[in-house]
Design a protein around this ligand. Structure first.
Ligand code: GLN
Ligand code: ZN
Length: 768
C-alpha cells in the first residue's frame, strides 16, 4: 500500500503555547521542569493530531524548544567552549547559544542565526573550531523522544539533519579557519552511534534530511556524500534503521551523480514535487532498484488546499513505475512553515476559508491522498469531489480578479522606475535639506513593543476601547519615543512603529487583496512567530496606510523623521503568496500601492523614507543561473517602482537583515537607494569589502550591534566595530545604527545600548 508521511509538524502548539512557555521560563516565571513538561505535552498533542488524521508515518525529533539545528549542535557536543565552560544547565546552555545569556556572571552572545533556505525560519548556525571534536550527548534527544512517543502508543520516524547538511550549513567560528565539511570523518561515527541507539530503541526507519542537495554544491561537499553514507547504507536494517533520505525546497536533478554514488542505496528517497514537479520522471529513472520514492505532494510552505486531482496524478505516475509498495505520499517538506490548524479561525470568510489548509488539515490531506492511490478514487469519492469544488470556487471567484489593478499595471512607464536625478545630485539636495552630521545615527524603525502596547492593541481589536482612545494612546507612544530619541541624541528619528502588529500584516490589513488569520502563526526564530497575511487576490490601496502616524511624529520632532514602509518583495515573501498568479505580478501590484504611499508621505512632510526589504535575499532562487537573474530583475524593478516617485531632496533608505551580498551585489546596487542599512554586527566586517571593490557610491549603515539578544554592547565594542567598518567604507558613507528593529527588546537595554552607540558615533565624528 501507499503510505502517508508527514516530514515534520509545527512546534508552537495551537495557541503558541511553546512561545508562552519559553518566554515564561526566560522571565523566571516557569520552572525548568514545568517547561520540559510543556514540551512533552505539545509533542504528544502533535503526534495525536497526526495519528487521528490517519497519517501512517509520523515524525519525532521534529520538535525543538528553540531550533532543530541547535538541537543537533548539542546532540553532537559541538557547542563552542564559551558556552560549555559557563557551567550552565544543559537547557540554559542551549538557550544561551540561541539567544545569548547575560545573567549570574555569565555573559555570552548568541550564535549566528540565519534563514533556513529560502524560508522565513531561522536556524542557529553550527559554529565550528579548528580542533573540533564531536561526541554523542548522554540521553540523546532523538532516542528520548522516540521512546516518549512509543510509550504513548505511537511509533514514529525520527527526523535528523544529515551530516553533510549539518556541516555545510555551519561555519568556522570567529578566528578559526576550519572548512566545516572537512570534519565529516569525525562526525559520521557519531551518527552511526546515534542511529544504532535509535534502532535499539525500536525505530525501523529514520528520516535524514539533506536539503543541501538542492543547492549548487562545491565539489568538496558533493564528494562528501559518498563517504558519509556508504557505511550507513550498509548498516541499514540490521544495525541501524532504514534511512529515508529527504530533500526539499528544490530539485536534485543537478546533483544526481552525487545521489547515484551514495544515496540510491538508502531505503527511501524524498523529493519535493510541489516546488519542482518536473523532476519526477528523472527521479524515477534514478532511484535504486529497491528504493522507495517519498513523493512530496502536499505543500509544506503554503496554505492552499492541495489540488487532489493533480496530486493523485503525480502519485499514480510513481505507482505505475514502482508499484504501490514503493511509493510514500508525503508533505513536500516539514509543515513547520504552515500554521497549526484552520480550526482556530473563526473570523475567516467561509468562501476563502474553504480554499485553505493548515498543518493539521494537511495531515488529513496526505492520508486521503494515500488512500486514494491505495484503494482507488472511489474510496474517498466525497473528499475528491469536495476538493474539486473548492478548486473551482477559487478560480472563478470575484475576490481574485480586479480589472482596475490590471489596467494600472499595463500602463506603467519606464520612467516610473527611475529617480529624477542620479545619486550625486540627490546627495547635494539632501545635504541642504536634511543637514545631517558625519556618521549620522539612526535606528531601523521599531522601538520596544511593550506589554502595554500589546494590551491596548488587544483591547482595541476586541472593541474594549474606541478607535479614538487607541489613536490617542498610539500618539502618546510616538511622542514618548520621539522624546527618548531626542534625549539619546540620535540624528534621524523614527516614530517607533507602536501601531504595528507586524511589518507585513500591518500593511496587508490596509490593502485590498489580502486576508488574515487570527491564529495562523508560523515560527520565525526561537519563540518568535509571525502571522503571514494571505494574498488571495489583486492588490490595491484604498487609503493611505502610515501617513497619519509619520506625519504626527514629524510634527513633534526636532530632527528629520524617517517614514517606515515594508517593501513589495518583503510584503510578498512574508505573506502566503497566491499560487495562481506569477509572483512578479503580485510584486508589481504591491509596488504600485507602496509608491502611492511613499509619495503621500513626502507630501505630508516626511523627507526620509525607509522601505524595508529584508526578504529580498531569501527570495533568491537557491541555485545560481537564469532563474536567479529573472527573479532579481523583477524584484529590483518592484522596489524601484515603489520608491522612485519622490523628489531628489527626499532620502530613500532601505534595510536588509543580512550582509552577504557577494552573490547579488549588482542587484543591491541597482536598487539605487540613497542609504542602505544592513545587519553586520555578527558577521565578518570583511563582507563589506564588496562595497569598496565595486566602488559603491551611496551610503551604508552596517549594524553595529546585535538586536536579537538583550545583551548591551559596550561603547568600546561598538567603536571596535566602527573601526573595522572604516577599513572598508569611507567615513562620509557610513551611518551608525543597530542591526535591525528594536521591537523585541526591552526599553532598559535599548536605551543603554543606544547611549553607547551615540557616544561611539560622536567619538568618530570628532576624530574625522
Ligand atoms: N522597520 C522594521 C523594524 O524596525 C524592520 C524590521 C526588519 O527588518 N525585519 O522593526
Ligand atoms: Zn532587519
Amino acid at each position: 500500500m501507499v503510505q502517508s508521511a508527514v516530514l515534520g509538524f509545527p512546534r508552537m502548539g495551537k495557541l503558541r503555547d511553546l512561545k508562552k512557555a519559553n518566554e515564561a521560563y526566560w522571565g523566571e516565571k516557569l520552572s525548568r521542569d514545568e517547561l520540559l513538561a510543556e514540551g512533552k505535552r505539545l509533542r504528544l498533542e502533535h503526534w495525536k493530531i497526526q495519528k487521528a488524521a490517519g497519517v501512517d508515518i509520523i515524525p519525532s525529533n521534529d520538535f525543538a524548544f528553540y531550533d532543530h539545528v541547535l538541537d543537533h549542535i548539542q546532540l553532537f557536543s559541538a557547542a563552542p567552549d564559551r558556552y560549555t565552560k559557563a557551567g550552565l544547565h544543559t537547557l540554559d546552555e542551549y538557550f544561551a547559544m540561541g539567544r545569548g545569556h547575560q545573567k549570574g556572571g555569565v555573559d555570552v552572545p548568541s550564535l549566528e542565526m540565519v534563514k533556513w533556505f529560502d524560508s522565513n525560519y531561522h536556524y542557529v548556525k553550527p559554529t565550528l573550531q579548528d580542533n573540533q571534536t564531536f561526541k554523542l550527548a548522554a540521553d540523546p534527544k532523538p532516542v528520548r523522544e522516540f521512546l516518549e512517543a512509543k510509550e504513548a502508543g505511537i511509533t514514529t520516524r525520527p527526523v535528523l539533519v544529515g551530516p553533510v547538511s549539518f556541516l555545510h550549513l555551519g561555519k568556522a567560528d570567529r578566528g578559526q579557519s576550519v572548512d566545516p565539511i572537512s570534519l565529516l570523518d569525525k562526525l559520521v561515527p557519531v551518527y552511526e552511534e546515534l542511529l544504532t541507539k535509535l534502532k535499539e530503541a525500536g525505530a525501523e526507519t529514520v528520516q535524514i534530511d539533506e536539503p543541501v542537495l538542492v543547492f549548487d554544491l562545491p565539489a568538496k561537499v558533493r564528494a562528501a556524500f559518498k563517504p558519509a553514507y556508504e557505511k550507513l547504507v550498509s548498516l541499514q536494517g540490521s544495525k541501524i534503521p532504514n534511512i529515508v533520505l529527504a530533500t526539499y525546497f528544490g530539485d536534485i536533478v543537478h546533483n544526481f551523480d552525487v545521489v547515484d554514488e551514495a544515496l540510491t542505496g538508502t531505503y527511501a528517497f524524498h523529493v519535493d514535487l510541489v516546488r519542482n514537479p518536473e523532476q519526477l520522471p528523472q527521479v524515477l529513472e534514478h532511484l535504486g532498484p529497491k528504493q522507495i520514492l517519498s513523493a512530496g505532494v502536499v505543500d509544506g510552505r503554503n496554505i492552499w488546499k492541495t489540488n487532489f486531482k493533480r496530486a493523485v496524478e503525480t502519485l499514480e505516475t510513481a505507482v505505475q513505475k514502482l508499484g504501490k509498495e514503493r511509493v510514500i505520499a508525503a508533505t513536500s517538506s516539514s509543515l513547520l512553515h504552515t500554521p497549526h490548524t484552520l480550526d482556530n479561525e473563526k473570523n475567516l470568510d467561509a468562501e476563502v476559508r474553504d480554499w485553505f489548509s493548515f498543518a493539521s488539515e494537511k495531515a488529513v490531506e496526505i492520508a486521503i491522498l494515500a488512500k486514494a492511490v491505495t484503494e482507488g478514487p472511489a474510496s474517498v469519492e466525497a473528499e475528491l469531489k469536495a476538493n474539486e469544488a473548492s478548486q473551482q470556487s477559487r478560480a472563478s471567484s470575484k475576490r481574485t480578479n480586479n480589472p482596475e489593478v490590471k489596467k494600472r499595471i499595463e500602463s506603467i512607464t519606464p520612467a516610473q522606475y527611475e529617480r529624477k536625478s542620479a545619486f550625486p545630485t540627490r546627495l547635494e539636495a539632501q545635504k541642504t535639506h536634511l543637514k545631517l552630521p558625519l556618521f549620522p545615527t539612526t535606528t531601523i524603525g521599531s522601538f520596544p513593543q511593550t506589554k502595554d502596547i500589546r494590551i491596548q492593541r488587544n483591547k482595541f481589536t476586541k472593541g474594549e476601547i474606541t478607535a479614538e482612545e487607541y489613536e490617542k494612546f498610539i500618539e502618546k507612544e510616538i511622542k514618548d519615543c520621539v522624546d527618548i530619541q531626542q534625549e539619546l541624541g540620535l540624528d534621524v528619528f523614527v516614530h517607533g512603529e507602536p501601531e504595528r502588529n507586524d511589518m507585513v500584516q500591518y500593511f496587508g490589513e490596509r490593502l485590498d487583496g489580502y486576508v488574515f488569520t487570527t491564529h495562523g502563526w508560523v515560527q520565525s526564530y526561537g519563540s518568535r512567530c509571525v502571522r503571514p497575511p494571505i494574498l488571495v487576490g489583486d492588490v490595491s490601496r484604498p487609503a493611505a496606510m502610515s501617513v497619519k502616524e509619520s506625519k504626527y511624529a514629524a510634527s513633534v520632532s526636532k530632527q528629520p523623521m524617517k517614514g517606515m514602509l515594508t517593501g513589495p518583495i518583503t510584503c510578498l515573501r512574508w505573506s502566503f503568496p497566491r499560487d495562481d498568479v506569477h509572483q512578479s505580478v503580485q510584486a508589481l501590484q504591491l509596488a504600485l500601492a507602496l509608491r502611492d504611499e511613499v509619495v503621500d508621505l513626502e507630501k505630508a512632510g516626511v523627507y526620509v523614507i525607509q522601505v524595508d526589504e529584508p526578504a529580498l535575499r531569501e527570495g533568491l532562487p537557491l541555485r545560481a543561473g537564469s532563474e536567479r537573474e529573472k527573479y532579481l530583475s523583477w524584484a529590483v524593478n518592484s522596489f524601484k517602482l515603489s520608491t522612485a516617485g519622490v523628489e531628489d531632496s527626499t532620502q530613500i533608505h532601505s534595510h536588509f537583515c543580512y550582509s552577504e551580498f557577494q552573490d547579488f551585489f549588482h542587484a543591491i546596487a541597482a536598487l539605487d537607494a540613497d542609504v542602505l542599512s544592513i545587519e553586520n554586527s555578527k558577521s565578518d566586517a570583511k563582507l563589506l569589502k564588496v562595497f569598496i571593490d565595486e566602488a559603491y557610491p551611496r551610503h551604508i549603515g552596517p549594524g553595529v550591534y546585535d538586536i536579537h539578544s538583550p545583551r548591551v554592547p559596550s561603547e568600546q565594542e561598538i567603536k571596535d566595530r566602527i573601526e573595522e567598518m572604516l577599513q572598508y567604507l569611507k567615513p562620509e558613507q557610513l551611518w551608525i545604527n543597530p542591526d535591525c528593529g528594536l521591537k523585541t527588546r526591552q526599553w532598559k537595554e535599548t536605551k543603554a545600548a543606544l547611549i553607547n552607540m551615540v557616544n561611539a558615533a560622536k567619538f568618530y565624528r570628532e576624530k574625522y
